[in-house]
Design a protein. Structure first.
Length: 361
């Protein structure tokens, strides 16, 4: 994810901190200073917020490590002001596996809540439990009580049966035991959007934050339903049915002027680079613009091309190829039949293929 800083790698999974999270911490310090809260109290609030986001990281690792048990790799985990995001390379295809992966995150919060509750019983043995939970005593007891309630809230919030929360994925997994995957997703997404409407209506009269949550849920449900429908439309369709077969190639020693002329005169934006009949690189539009800015139009293509790129076989299924295209973060995948370049695959071309296929059905 752009605008993110890599802060650690745990169990082989990179952990990133989004720049907006740093701004969020700064806002907490500033708000404490403006209300004369004092530096010590403001720092205490920041430490508490960091502890909460630590639980969010553990929540996401619950998903990641459970997915690993089913052979699914996690690309990375990113901390955002609204929570964490664990990007799995793919969702489990078996409903039982998806159910376990979805519930693993809330289970982490439940375990932390139980552990904190037991700790409160030890550190506040001389204080009635109802007083600790309802009146929030000062000191470590009050901090422990807040930590307990927040983990309970996180667990319950994530169990709301709506995408993109864990509860929506768990609901989809349960529905998938009776319906096909696409239908199960449509039902779960519709229920999620119904809840979003209720949250939004309620938030108009109570708390504006509920309106934000409603928008978040609505967009998440819509995106999940669209993605699953797209993958279903591509399932069983080989790459050669949708790949671009009419395209220009470049040589490593061609000047960037030639690439610029091709971009201006046509619709192709990304170019395979060929040497001795073999693919040796890819020149993307962004790479071209950057190189022209820094080196000028006379610089050779070799100076601007990327030599690290993914490829796809023309007989590979489109749904898998689309996942690889998204994982690579590249605008184009060369299509190789053996070592021979036979086509190019872009997300735009896949979209056009799906559009025309639906129009003709």
């Amino acid at each position: 994810m752009s605008w993110s800083i890599r802060i650690a790698t745990v169990a082989g999974i990179p952990v990133y901190l989004h720049i907006t999270f740093v701004a969020f911490i700064g806002f907490i310090l500033l708000s404490g200073w403006r209300t004369d809260e004092g530096l010590t109290a403001s720092i205490g609030r920041v430490v508490f917020v960091l502890a909460i986001f630590g639980t969010v990281v553990l929540h996401e690792f619950g998903h990641a490590l459970t997915a690993r048990r089913f052979g699914i790799r996690t690309r990375d985990i990113t901390l955002l002001p609204i929570g964490g995001l664990a990007r799995l390379e793919r969702m489990p295809e078996e409903p039982r596996q998806e159910l376990w992966v979805a519930l693993a995150g809330p289970a982490v919060n439940a375990a932390l809540a139980i552990a904190t509750f037991l700790a409160i019983l030890l550190i506040a043995a001389d204080v009635p439990l109802s007083q600790v939970l309802l009146e929030r005593p000062e000191g470590i007891q009050g901090v422990a009580r807040d930590f307990l309630l927040i983990n309970v809230a996180l667990a319950l919030f994530n169990l709301i049966p709506a995408f993109p929360m864990d509860g929506g994925r768990a609901l989809r997994a349960l529905l998938a035991t009776r319906f096909d995957y696409v239908r199960a997703t449509e039902i779960a997404a519709a229920l999620g959007q119904g809840l979003a409407m209720l949250f939004g209506f309620w938030g108009l009269f109570t708390n504006p934050m509920l309106v934000f949550i409603a928008l978040f849920v609505w967009l998440g449900a819509s995106a999940e339903s669209s993605m699953v429908s797209l993958r279903s439309a591509l399932a069983g369709v080989p790459v050669y049915r949708a790949m671009i077969t009419e395209f220009h190639t470049l040589h490593a020693e061609d000047p960037l002027q030639r690439a610029a002329d091709l971009v201006i005169s046509g619709t192709q934006q990304n170019f395979p680079v060929i040497e001795d009949g073999q693919l040796i690189g890819v020149l993307t539009r962004d790479g071209l613009v950057k190189a022209v800015t820094e080196q000028g139009l006379t610089a050779p293509v070799r100076e601007a091309m990327s030599t690290t790129f993914g490829v796809v076989d023309p007989r590979e299924m489109l749904d898998r190829a689309l996942a690889r295209l998204q994982e690579a973060g590249s605008p184009v995948l060369p299509v190789l039949d053996g070592r021979r370049l036979v086509g190019l695959l872009t997300s735009e071309n896949i979209g056009e293929f799906v559009m025309l296929r639906k129009a003709s059905s």
